[in-house]
Ligand binder design. Structure first.
Ligand code: 5GP
Ligand code: ZN
Length: 117
């Protein structure tokens, strides 16, 4: 599997940098954000180093299913499924993506700011 030795999230996935992991299998990893913006703030990432959604290829398609299934399961585990939550994937400079290893933010446990943008 493709990894990048200089990538923060690749190091977290490999356990080289500590994190509070809440789920991991052969395809994806979920861990708590170090700087949470809400009571629940979990990052869900492919184990493969895919820098951003622009680099998501045809062969990566099954990973998307795994990511979204994990979101549902984690939302249930966190007790935020019913009240709802926000799912964000920042991409590129306009999206203010800071870590170039694609990731979903699962954010919930309080009402989100509205409108977005
Ligand atoms: P982005 O801006 O790229 O969408 O989000 C990157 C996220 O990674 C931020 O919410 C930031 O708090 C989180 N983050 C940055 N460094 C670390 C770290 O070392 N550990 C964890 N758990 N999260 C991190
Ligand atoms: Zn990476």
């Amino acid at each position: 599997m493709r990894t990048d030795p200089n990538c923060l999230f690749c190091k977290i996935i490999a356990g080289e940098i500590p994190s509070e992991k809440v789920y991991q299998d052969e395809v994806i990893t979920a861990f708590r954000d170090i700087n949470p913006v809400a009571p629940t703030h979990i990052l869900i990432v492919p184990n493969k180093h895919i820098p951003d959604n622009n680099a998501f290829s045809e062969e990566d398609k099954p990973i998307a299913g795994q990511l979204f299934t994990a979101v549902r399961q984690l939302a249930e585990q966190e007790g935020i499924a019913e009240d709802g939550y926000r799912l964000i994937m920042n991409t590129g400079p306009h999206g203010h993506q800071e870590v170039m290893h694609m990731h979903l933010h699962l954010i919930g446990g309080k009402s989100m700011q509205h409108p977005m943008g």
